[in-house]
Design a protein around this ligand. Structure first.
Ligand SMILES: [Zn+2]
Length: 409
């Protein structure tokens, strides 16, 4: 068995671990455990005696402390599944050694990774870039994170002069279908702080996610035979249409970026009698989220005022909250990661995620958890790519992070 981060990565990506949102089982697909078992074997091989795969498909392991100091227990976390968006069966990774710039043509198809769509390729000159043959996704999201964590665990275990506290490892199933932490046992894990290793560009750390709510609007119209409808019919389909038409065009996913939030209809059903609109509302600030919901409610009331025989309900359901609210209470989590990125030779970049992560859920479950880069790009697609050098930078970052926590304890 060879054990560089690239070797490990290439072993993991050929194991199909696609999750399935339609499956009621836990994990959603049994094949995810095939990778879980290999990971346990590899962790045992580097000497982590408590590594194990549980019935729910989670892998837990411990790197024991090698210092006299009392250091907070931290956890490195990544996910084993790949996205349902594109097939992960029969992945055939290709290595493009010593990349010299330009578009990358993939072997068995017309797929081309274009520099114009992947400006990050400009920072990869001389690197060894791993892609697929164009027929599957690669699964760097998040098998890069797994390979980097296992490689870092090996370095920390083999080098007793590198001092660190107790470090927990957690590999989760079903992250891509939003169930990654449903059955995690945080008491058993026993960590105070955690890091998901699931971000993109080398040097980046993300400590913010959206705050997210769902809104359900149900409309009851006045249904009448169309032959006798004059002055009486109030068609719920048209009421729903009027509401959707009045949604602010400058607060939509297609017109916003950076730190702007949005109101986004995700489903609509309707008949003359009844209609329903499902929306999601997103903002980085709770106040912005509330303002968008008030605006939405006002639009609904104004439209409904034109239909006196009709009625509606308006229900808000919390989905998740910006993890920054939790992380700001423990600034050392992000500060230590920024120092580790710097020591690993990069300029740290702090960012925010226009979405949620397992880390945002873990943060509100009591395990504060920002997201560190894993190095992958163009996730969930056959054009996914990652370089060996960026994976090595992630390994170095994790090793340094373990040491910074000990040093500052
Ligand atoms: Zn991921």
């Amino acid at each position: 068995m060879t054990d560089t981060v690239l070797d490990r990565f290439l072993r993991y990506v050929v194991i199909d671990t696609q999750s399935d949102p339609a499956s009621p089982t836990q994990p959603s697909t049994a094949k995810q455990k095939n990778l879980g078992r290999l990971l346990v074997d590899e962790l045992n091989a580097i000497g982590l005696v408590d590594a194990h795969l549980d019935d729910h498909g989670y892998v837990y392991a411990t790197i024991p402390s090698n210092t006299e100091k009392t250091v907070p227990v931290i956890c490195f976390c990544s996910h084993m599944d790949t996205a349902p968006d594109f097939t992960g069966t029969n992945v055939k990774p290709r290595i493009h050694e010593n990349y010299q710039g330009g578009d990358i043509e993939l072997a068995n198809s017309s797929q081309i990774i274009r520099v114009s769509e992947n400006p990050a390729l400009r920072d990869q000159i001389g690197h060894d870039i791993v892609t697929t043959d164009g027929t599957t996704l690669l699964g760097a999201d998040d098998k890069a994170g797994l390979a980097e964590i296992v490689a870092a665990a090996q370095i920390l275990t083999n080098n007793p002069e590198m001092k660190h506290g107790t470090i927990k490892l957690l590999f989760t199933p079903d992250e891509e279908i939003g169930r990654g932490v449903d059955r995690v046992d945080l008491a058993k894990l026993g960590a105070e702080f955690a890091y998901t290793v699931d971000g993109e560009t080398a040097g980046h750390i993300e400590d913010e996610t959206f705050s997210a709510d769902a809104v359900e609007i149900a409309i009851s119209g006045v249904a009448i035979h169309p032959g006798f409808a004059k002055g009486r019919m109030e068609n719920a389909i048209k009421i729903a249409g009027a509401i959707i038409d009045r949604l602010p065009s400058d607060a939509a996913p297609e017109t916003t970026e950076g730190r702007d939030g949005f109101i986004h209809p995700v489903a609509v059903t309707g008949s003359m009698e009844k209609a329903a609109i499902s929306l999601i509302v997103r903002d980085f600030e709770e106040s912005g989220l509330a303002a968008k919901e008030r605006l939405l409610e006002r639009i609904v009331k104004e439209v409904m005022a034109g239909y006196p025989g009709s009625s509606h309900t308006f229900a808000i359901k919390e989905q998740y909250r910006n993890m920054k609210i939790v992380l700001d209470r423990h600034p050392q989590i992000v500060e230590n990661a920024i120092e580790a990125i710097r020591r690993a030779g990069m300029t740290p970049v702090r960012g925010s995620i226009r979405g949620g992560t397992d880390g945002s859920r873990l943060s509100f479950m009591g395990l504060p958890c920002p997201n560190i880069f894993a190095g992958g790009h163009a996730f969930h697609s056959p054009k996914e790519w990652i370089s060996r050098q960026d994976m090595e930078k992630a390994v170095a970052t994790l090793v340094e992070l373990a040491r910074v926590w000990e040093e500052r304890a």
